[in-house]
Design a protein around this ligand. Structure first.
Ligand code: IPM
Ligand code: MG
Length: 360
């Protein structure tokens, strides 16, 4: 049985970064005889333009029938005026929800070569290696009721609902504890339990699940403090588990600790390790089409896919090493460029990784 990958390039820089990731994937597929087969489909704004919906049925079917999904990015100013129900982002949220990809792993790892690319002082970030486990299919992103309504006095009111069932908290807590067990056995749960009942329940359930993982040291932190601590002393964290929206925000912060948001991959997994893999950055419409985007987050997402869904640890290691070797060769895209380095295009960076793979 071939192992199937649904490839969704999406919008903005999506197609540019995905083609570099596919170059790397194709090379390894042949070189290591991995038996992977890729199929492309439209999502987001590109799908809206072609079919009037950001998540066409054929795209969803392709994702459901695949073993893994590789996604670029969705969205852009062109579609910002659309009704929420057909916005590009809804395509992405639809795949996450329909495939029950509730466990979102967002590792923030600083390559030593990029220590000067971070806006933070080298001693604050050097050696940084943390993992944010973000709940991905619940919370305020999906809670009902939601909308914009007009009150009796004619004033408009916008509303969303932050809601978590115990079972949703329980399963993401298990994911996070298991990951903590494989790392340094330290887990920090981030909430706003001083104000939001929903996350008071979150705190209680995470604590209770912790009884099954006595080897993991659990701590709790309010999200405002966590945001501050992430830029003050990020190395105090190893694994962070948090809600959908807090995870969205904290992972962008964590990304900057590593020099550039263009470096961070992610995995969104269901209960059976089927997953969608995507860079955590967006479609960057301001630089789309210019060939300057950093493809490394997407290439590293392929490594996560090989590791988590296809159990090809050796192939994943080879990609990570090749990225390291490309950085050692001093090639940099604009977002991670510093003086004395060689500035390369999106495809130049893809080629540098490929060259490193060829000699590995
Ligand atoms: C992310 C993105 C998405 C999110 C958007 C594009 C819907 O910011 O994956 O972090 O908010 O989850
Ligand atoms: Mg985000």
């Amino acid at each position: 049985m071939p192992k199937k990958i649904a490839v969704l390039s999406g919008d903005g820089i999506g197609p540019e970064i995905i083609s570099e990731a596919i170059k790397v994937l194709n090379y390894l597929n042949t070189d290591m005889d991995l038996g992977l087969v890729c199929d492309q489909a439209l999502i987001g704004g590109a799908a809206y333009d072609a079919f009037g919906t950001p998540l066409p049925q054929q795209t969803l079917n392709l994702c459901k029938n695949a073993d893994a999904v590789l996604l670029g990015a969705v969205g852009g100013p062109k579609w910002e005026g659309l009704a929420h129900a057909v916005r590009p982002e809804r395509g992405l949220l639809g795949v996450r929800s329909e495939l029950a990809l509730f466990s979102n792993l967002r590792p923030a790892f600083l390559y030593p070569q990029l220590v000067d690319a971070s806006t933070l002082k080298p001693d604050v970030v050097s050696g940084l290696d943390l993992m944010i486990v973000r709940e991905l299919t619940g919370g305020i992103y999906f809670g009902e009721p939601r909308g914009i309504r007009t009150l009796e006095n004619g004033e408009k009111q916008g509303f969303n609902t932050k809601i978590y069932n115990e079972s949703e908290i329980r399963r993401i807590a298990h994911s996070a504890y298991r990951i903590a067990q494989k790392r340094s056995k330290k887990l920090c749960s981030v909430d706003k339990a001083n104000v939001l009942e929903c996350t008071e329940l979150w705190r209680n359930v995470v604590t209770e699940v912790g009884k099954e993982y006595p080897d993991v040291q659990l701590s709790h932190m309010y999200v405002d403090n966590a945001a501050m601590q992430l830029v003050r002393a990020p190395k105090q964290f190893d694994v962070i588990v948090t809600t959908n929206m807090f995870g969205d925000i904290l992972s962008d912060t964590a990304a900057m600790l590593t020099g550039s948001i263009g470096m961070l991959p992610s995995a969104a997994l269901d209960a059976n390790a089927k997953g969608m893999y995507e860079p955590i950055h967006g479609s960057a419409p301001d630089i789309a089409g210019k060939g300057i985007a950093n493809p490394l987050a997407t290439i590293l997402s392929v490594a996560m896919m090989l590791r988590y869904t296809f159990n090809e640890a050796e192939a994943a290691d080879r990609i990570q090493k090749a990225v390291n070797d490309a950085l050692d060769a001093n090639v940099r895209t604009a977002d991670i460029y510093s003086e004395g380095m060689v500035k390369v295009s999106t495809s130049g960076m893809g080629d540098a990784v490929l060259n490193a793979l060829r000699v590995s």
